[in-house]
Design a protein around this ligand. Structure first.
Ligand SMILES: Nc1nc2c(c(=O)[nH]1)N[C@H]1C(S)=C(S)[C@@H](COP(=O)(O)OP(=O)(O)OC[C@H]3O[C@@H](n4cnc5c(=O)[nH]c(N)nc54)[C@H](O)[C@@H]3O)O[C@H]1N2
Ligand SMILES: Nc1nc2c(c(=O)[nH]1)N[C@H]1C(S)=C(S)[C@@H](COP(=O)(O)OP(=O)(O)OC[C@H]3O[C@@H](n4cnc5c(=O)[nH]c(N)nc54)[C@H](O)[C@@H]3O)O[C@H]1N2
Ligand code: SF4
Ligand SMILES: [Mo]
Length: 743
């Protein structure tokens, strides 16, 4: 029996875990008490890893559609099929007829996160879509515009904070997002024990709210109005002198913009009275170590980009940005754009470097927004998407306008899914390629460590070798790239990758202020080639990173350091990073952009508008993981039902009690779903979780199909996207509700 140290990696908390392994099977998963970040925390999902790995419904060999059915096939057969189909599509229609979609599970998979962009490049297509445009793009775009790097993402320095505002996030159930802070409730408790306070702003009295010092109900999409009122108040109080404040461009314009947004002007619209706004703003200003944190309730609503901008203004004007205990920029162990090259300045950031074919949707962070994926597949003409590589995602369930997405995907000439289940999307594939089991892969949460509350990293080495029917995701993706480039699936993929690495190393030796500036690239490549091919990129990223040894040029870490320390490498608490972290052209915080002025005008109009009778919001459930954790019996729980929660007052008006069937509709579509009367909801707000609706599976995943739930994305559409980023509006959709007669 072995005890294998790893990270759970099922969600963004990235908890350290220890797996008990016997005869190649995982028997038990417990918390790793020695993990510097998670310190012994694990949740119900982490403990269910043995069930997940043993699930008989998992895909373990390639599946190829034969006579209309997905059937087991060899890797060679699967690749040969893809080669045939893809080559024909490329020859006839060119690279823009191909596309890649990357889902959330890629953020938890080292190989997929490392190679997905290369696959799109190898295909030669700009049709790269990811779940980020259903999630956090407004945040990344604001970071790009203000700080010059989309990954300049600040996190609450919760372990040293005395006041934490949590807006549109429920880390007690989501376990935190764009903030790796495992055991969040424990960390929150410690804020209280230090005499500090936590305040939750949410239209629903969530589990996080119930543990906070104060709960402030807020109107759905009311955050921008509220934060504008707070920012206005802070400007009146006089912002404290901080490095961040001294770097803000054109404060005069910002003051002029915010002048009309008095607490009295915004109060009705956000549902928070003027006195409370002033009290909260004053407390934020007067608390030395205070931070405002927002997540998807703020980035997937009516004013997503504007809300992110206002949150930055509030953090700056309250003196919280880049100070200890405030909102701080992590320094990930792996190099990222704002830890390499000249410090404090850069090339800046733009949106819309290219436009989509059908609607002219802008490029955002190098990708196309999901809002235009279905139309690019179902609108005829040159450039129509005919092939999709779907990596660790389930767009049919995850994306708004589910029915259109499903039909568009049905119409493709080639659908290849890299997945571990035959979910709603994968079950429509021509080919499904499986990821290997957990014990046969190495892991490092490269994506998540960009927003960790300490500068931290934990590497898990591959526990066992791949079996003959298994392939690493790296191999799979490199073989798909080889096919796309016309080299054939059996090309020498290590040689192909080596060429890319040589180019990267050469560029880095020429970059001023890089850790290997002026070095001989051959010398660096010799060091890297001594490692296994799959370890080279990571070793390179770590050694040129902020804590790296610069290939011998200074004291520091390498991949070997992480291997020697399977309980994680902790490079300490966050440190202030301004102005060094900036990569704007001006070297300042570029806060004034025309779009902000336009958005503030839109907000001003909205303040005076009538509110819809019912507004739909989402709800994450502790034992779900978007669309794919419903096939484990152990995860079934009374708190994980797919219901429409409504407030008792609304229930009384509608004559509804829990269990009654409701029809929830938008002008274009309707779903029927059981009601759950709950006093956690503000009046006029209805909450439905996403990720359900497994009736499409036709019984394929046994447990999930037996309790399918209803897919809320059937009624959510892309009619109103965030104007700057085209991010989906998953929260805040006006809906009608009627009670269905029970026969
Ligand atoms: N209405 C509404 N819709 C939403 C949201 C919402 O709040 N409300 N949330 C949005 C958000 S934030 C997100 S991130 C998206 C998520 O959108 P998606 O990422 O498209 O959806 P998931 O359900 O997370 O799909 C993950 C897929 O990865 C597979 N998978 C799991 N582990 C592995 C692995 O190790 N390897 C491989 N190859 N595959 C794996 C799973 O089987 C599943 O098919 O959904 C969005 N959709
Ligand atoms: N158990 C579990 N954990 C998960 C996931 C999961 O499916 N299940 N998904 C993962 C993913 S992909 C992500 S992105 C993260 C997301 O992590 P979180 O952002 O913490 O996710 P939610 O729990 O959906 O919290 C969003 C909150 O916003 C509130 N809200 C809705 N509209 C508004 C609004 O207009 N204003 C304000 N202030 N609040 C609003 C909702 O009521 C909800 O409580 O969770 C991750 N973790
Ligand atoms: S909180 Fe997330 S990372 Fe931690 S054990 Fe649970 S699912 Fe895994
Ligand atoms: Mo997400």
């Amino acid at each position: 029996m072995d005890h294998v140290r790893t990270t759970c990696s099922l969600c963004e908390a990235s908890c350290g875990a220890v797996m008990t392994v016997e005869d190649g099977r995982i028997l038990k998963v417990v918390a790793d008490r020695d993990d510097a970040l998670s310190g012994g925390f694990i949740c119900a999902k982490g403990a269910a890893i043995p069930d997940l790995e043993a699930d008989p419904d998992r895909v373990r060999t390639p599946l190829l559609r034969k006579n209309g059915e997905l059937q087991p096939a060899s890797w060679e057969e699967a690749y040969a099929f893809i080669d045939n189909r893809l080559t024909a599509i490329l020859e006839e229609h060119g690279p823009q007829a191909t596309s890649v979609y990357v889902g959330n599970a890629a953020a938890h998979n080292l190989n997929i996160i490392t190679y997905f962009e290369d696959l799109a490049k190898a295909l030669g297509t700009t049709n790269l879509f990811t779940a980020a445009s259903l999630d956090q793009n407004p945040r990344q775009v604001m970071s790009g515009l203000l700080y010059g790097d989309e990954f300049a993402l600040y996190v609450p320095d919760i372990d040293r904070s005395q006041l934490v505002w949590i807006m549109g996030a429920n880390p007690a159930e989501s376990n935190g997002s764009m903030m790796v802070a495992p055991g969040f409730l424990g960390r929150m408790q410690k804020v209280h024990e230090r005499g500090g306070r936590t305040v939750v702003f949410d239209p629903r009295h969530t589990m996080t709210a119930s543990r906070a010092s104060e709960y402030v109900p807020i109107t759905p999409s009311g955050d921008a109005a509220f934060l504008a009122g707070v920012a206005h108040t802070l400007l009146k109080l006089g912002p404290p002198e901080t490095t961040a404040l001294s770097l803000v461009d054109d404060l005069g314009t910002i003051e002029k913009w915010l002048a009309p947004f008095t607490p009295a002007a915004v109060a009705d619209a956000c549902g928070i009275d003027a006195e409370t706004i002033v009290r909260l703003a004053t407390e934020l200003r007067e608390t030395e170590a205070a931070t405002v944190y927002g997540r998807i309730g703020t980035t997937t609503q009516l004013f997503s980009s504007l809300t992110c901008w206002l949150m930055d203004m509030v953090n700056i004007f309250a003196g919280n940005l880049d100070v200890i205990g405030g909102s701080m920029f992590p320094k990930p162990l792996l190099a990222q754009p704002n830890t390499i090259g000249p410090s404090g300045v850069g090339a800046g950031f733009t949106v819309g470097k290219w436009k989509s074919r059908v609607s002219g949707a802008p490029e955002v962070v190098g990708q196309m927004p999901m809002a235009c994926m279905a139309e690019e597949m179902d609108t005829p003409g040159e450039g129509k998407i005919r092939a999709l590589f779907c990596l660790a995602g389930n767009p049919i369930t995850a994306s708004p306008d589910t029915q259109r997405m499903a039909t568009a995907i049905d119409g493709l000439d080639l659908l290849v899914c890299l997945d571990i289940y035959q979910g709603e999307t994968a079950s429509k594939a021509d080919v499904v390629l499986p990821s290997p089991p957990r014990l046969a892969r190495a892991n490092y949460d490269a994506y998540l460590y960009r927003f960790t509350v300490r500068n931290y990293g934990r590497y898990t080495q591959q526990y066992r070798a791949l079996e003959t029917h298994e392939r690493s995701d790296r191999e799979t993706l490199l073989r798909l790239m080889a096919i796309a480039q016309g080299h054939g699936w059996d090309a020498d993929i290590d040689a192909l990758e080596d060429a890319t690495l040589v180019a990267t190393v050469e560029a880095m030796t020429q970059l001023p202020e890089s850790a290997i500036e002026g070095r001989n690239p051959k010398e660096i490549m010799t060091a890297l080639r001594a490692l296994e091919p799959m370890e080279r990129r990571m070793d390179f990223g770590l050694r040129i990173g902020p804590f790296g040894d610069g290939f011998g040029s200074r004291e520091g870490i390498s991949l070997q350091t992480l291997k020697d320390s399977p309980q994680g490498v902790d490079c300490g608490p966050l440190v202030p990073r301004l102005p060094e972290a900036l990569r704007t052209v001006s070297g300042r915080i570029e806060a004034v952009h025309d779009i902000i002025g336009t958005e503030l005008d839109r907000l001003m109009t909205w303040l005076g508008e009538a509110r819809p009778r019912f507004t739909l919001i989402g709800r994450r459930q502790l034992r779900s993981n978007n669309s794919w954790f419903h096939n484990l019996k152990k995860m079934q729980h009374p708190t994980r039902e797919c219901t429409a929660q409504i407030n008792p007052q609304d229930a009384a008006t509608l004559g509804v009690k829990s269990g009654d069937l409701l029809r929830v509709s938008t002008p274009k579509a309707a779903i029927d779903i059981p009601a759950e009367v709950s006093d956690t909801l503000s009046p006029g707000v209805v909450s439905i979780p996403h990720g359900w609706g497994h009736e499409m599976l036709d019984g394929k995943l046994n447990v999930a199909s037996a309790n399918p739930g209803v897919n809320v994305n059937r009624i959510i559409n892309y009619d109103e996207v965030d104007p700057l980023t085209w991010n989906g509006r998953l929260n805040g959709m006006p809906v009608d509700i009627t009670k269905l007669a029970i026969n």
